[in-house]
Write a protein that binds this ligand. Sequence first.
Ligand code: ADP
Ligand code: MG
Ligand code: MG
Length: 250
Amino acid sequence: MLDIKNLTATVGDKQILNGISLTVRPGEVHAIMGPNGSGKSTLAQVLAGHPAYEVTGGEVTFDGRDLLEMEAEERAQAGVFLAFQYPVEIPGVSNAYFLRAAYNEMRKARGEDEVDPLEFLDIVEERAKLVEMDPAFLNRSVNTGFSGGEKKRNEILQMAVLAPKLAILDETDSGLDIDALRIVADGVNSLKRPDNATIVVTHYQRLLNYIVPDYVHVLAGGRIVKSGGKELALELEAKGYDWLLEGATA
Ligand code: ADP
Ligand code: MG
Ligand code: MG
């Protein structure tokens, strides 16, 4: 599904990614861990097509297409979803309306007609149940007055409704409490299907107590310095990152 080969990227004039290679197959959950400043968010942003990051080398193919040639919007339409890190509040626009608009954008991009509003209501209620969201939130303004955990759940709902082929979740250090970690983990686990894949970026080992990744990769100095199965996360919890960092600086 996703094949990254020797990817290098800069932001400003600083080289951040120093040759990342990673293959993600359908059905897999990959966790990307690593110390602060190692390039995790940069990798997520580069994959989503954020214009501030310049790819200076390497290749990325997604479903056989050259991802790096695609605009951010085209990537989203092709099924790459980057969860919003800082969820926007949209007073006066209901969550259900917002989700339907996003869903219709996706259908339009595929040359499909708009969804019937009643049919969509069924879809969104079913997905809300799947991520254990109270359906009352569908009628509230997008994220307005939502708690941190509710915003997190809403982000997972967006993912559930849009059903991307590849979801990229960047769980930054912005005060994720244990409930929010559980919401993210339960969402990722319940949305896992044989034909989709997830990349979860985190520096919280704790998140991986709930998500069961197929692979764990440690990023340091813009390179993957270690890959393994879920047991690697446990090893990191016990030993920290230092043992992996020698010779790994950019
Ligand atoms: P991580 O997510 O692993 O903590 P980031 O990808 O956010 O790491 O950052 C990697 C490095 O790139 C850091 O040294 C950070 O300061 C730098 N960096 C990130 N964004 C920018 C930017 N917009 N301008 C300059 N430097 C940046
Ligand atoms: Mg950081
Ligand atoms: Mg980050």
